[in-house]
Design a protein. Sequence first.
Length: 126
Amino acid sequence: MEKAAVKQMSPLALAFLGDAAFELRVREKLLEQGNAPVQQLHRKAVRFVCAEAQSRAVELLEGMLTEEEAQVFKRGRNTHSHPPKNADVADYRRATGLETLFGYLHLCGSLDRERELFEIIWEKMP
């Protein structure tokens, strides 16, 4: 997609796709570690894709985003959305920002950058 068209999309639409793009990368990494029962894979995946974990992931990327990426993240973080009852509002907003960024990179065709940012998260996440 053209970058100009992607920039016109709502942050929540980008987050919708970014959620899937991020989770796909998590699932690929888990399968690279070896075959395991699906329930076990799911539990491990949830540890990376929940709002709290994605909020921590944002902290790991601090200072590594380009100005454009930081603006996309902020658009997603600052958008009005309704967090689930069990999620901290600040964590949920940062997670939405991360998902918005991943959706943006994915639609712009910046898959190498998407992969690079994900690898930083994967390697540094406790």
